[in-house]
Structure formats: structure tokens, C-alpha cells
Design a protein around this ligand. Structure first.
Ligand SMILES: [Zn+2]
Length: 244
């Protein structure tokens, strides 16, 4: 089963479902938060505001107003507040399960539930992130037509020929945070163009392994901006990345 899962994931990665040629004329960056823990907004939001950066918050409807494993998640008021500040709400599935675990009927039901949950806030979300970055060829094909861009967690920069159905990211998570990786990603797109997508979860002085400190988030954003690369939420960065 484990081998089958890995093979399926590898095949999904190798099979572009929405191939696109990204511009070489400019670079753009996006900061994204998954799930999302309340601190991504209450502690991450002020860091973004300090840099005049708007981000994308990939929202799993099933987490709204809940506290699980000592993590307090966003609530409806947070969604309204971050929208008012110009950030984007993206879709992250309702029950936050790895999509390959869901049979097609359950996948459709989960997608419908999250669309229903997000509708009062954003109408139709246009950006999607796979929970845990887990994809199979089947689930990639299922989600691809429903969103303008889809993000995984495979490490890398999006440059040249990219798959809009499974965009790569640079992790800003404590467990694998590396200044060298961030700097290398910036260097890769600075002159040759491309789309840097960062992802993390909670923002705290004592983050989970999947989150980041405000200081490191501040550093990474500052580093990108110092290289002359602007930030935009996923839905807007997509237009920049596809521009001539
Ligand atoms: Zn997630």
C-alpha cells in the first residue's frame, strides 16, 4: 500500500495536468498559510502588514472555530478581517484529508462542503492547496478544472514550464527552514523570472514543526523584497506569472 501510494504520488508529479509556460520577464512571490491556525492571522498578519504584503490563507472549513491538538484555528471573524485587509482565502478541502484517501464520491462531497463553507466569504475560491500536498493522478484531475491554480508541497521554484495543477513551494516551516534554501530560491528567479510560493502554518515565538516564528517570516519576506521581487496573493500572482 505504501509503495502504491508513493508510486501514485510520483506519477501525479510526473504528469502535468495543467502545463503552463511561466514568464521569464519577471519574478513574483506568494506567501501562503495552510489550514489555518489562528496565529497565521493574528501573528502572521501583522508581519505581512509591516511589509505591505497580502497573502493567501488556504482554509479547511472543518477547522473553523476549533481547537485540536492544542492548536486554535481561525474563526469566521478572522476570515472577514483578513478579507477586509485584502488577503485571499483559498480552498484546502473541508475535512483536511489526503485526497488519495478519498474515493471519488467522498472527494466530490468534501469539495462541495468546502465550497459551501467558503461561499458566503469569497463566492467561488480560485486557489486550492492539497491537504498534506498529497495527490494522485485521479485527485489531481478531479481538482484541476475547479481552480485557477493548485498548490502541493513539493519543494522547488516554479519556473519555465510549470504545472498549475501542482505548484511547487518553498517551505517556511520550522522543521525544514533554511536561509540558504530561501536565498537560493530567490537567486533562481531574480533574473530569470518565475513564481516563488512559500508555505507555512502557525506563526508563533514557539511554533509547531509546521509553523514559523514571526522573526523568520519577517526575514524571509524582507529578503524577497530586498531582491526586488514583489508579493501577491496566489490568484493575482498567477496573472503575473502568466503575463508576457
Ligand atoms: Zn493543511
Amino acid at each position: 500500500m505504501k509503495i502504491a501510494r508513493r508510486l501514485s504520488s510520483l506519477m501525479a508529479r510526473k504528469l502535468p495536468v495543467r502545463p503552463a509556460r511561466l514568464t521569464r520577464a519577471r519574478a513574483v512571490a506568494s506567501i501562503t498559510f495552510d489550514d489555518f491556525p489562528k496565529s497565521a492571522w493574528t501573528a502572521g498578519g501583522p508581519v505581512l502588514a509591516r511589509h505591505d504584503v497580502r497573502g493567501t490563507y488556504y482554509t479547511a472549513g472543518g477547522f473553523c472555530g476549533r481547537t485540536m491538538d492544542a492548536i486554535t484555528y481561525y474563526d469566521a471573524a478572522d476570515l472577514s478581517a483578513l478579507l477586509a485587509a485584502g488577503h485571499e482565502i483559498g480552498c484546502h478541502g473541508y475535512s483536511h484529508q489526503p485526497t488519495p484517501d478519498l474515493a471519488s464520491v467522498a472527494l466530490a462531497e468534501d469539495a462541495r462542503r468546502n465550497a459551501d463553507f467558503l461561499r458566503p466569504f469569497v463566492g467561488q475560491a480560485v486557489s486550492y492547496a492539497f491537504p498534506f500536498g498529497a495527490v494522485s493522478p485521479r485527485t489531481k484531475r478531479f481538482y484541476a478544472p475547479r481552480f485557477a491554480s493548485l498548490r502541493g508541497v513539493h519543494p522547488g521554484v516554479n519556473q519555465g514550464r510549470a504545472d498549475l495543477a501542482q505548484l511547487s513551494t518553498i517551505s517556511l516551516e520550522e522543521r525544514c527552514f533554511s536561509e540558504q534554501v530561501v536565498d537560493a530560491a530567490i537567486a533562481a528567479v531574480k533574473d530569470k523570472g518565475g513564481w516563488l510560493v512559500f508555505h507555512t502554518h502557525d506563526v508563533s515565538d514557539a511554533p509547531t514543526p509546521y509553523g514559523i516564528t514571526p522573526q523568520k517570516l519577517d526575514w524571509a519576506i524582507g529578503r524577497v523584497k530586498a531582491a526586488g521581487i514583489g508579493f501577491a496573493p496566489m490568484r493575482e500572482a498567477l496573472d503575473v506569472a502568466l503575463s508576457a
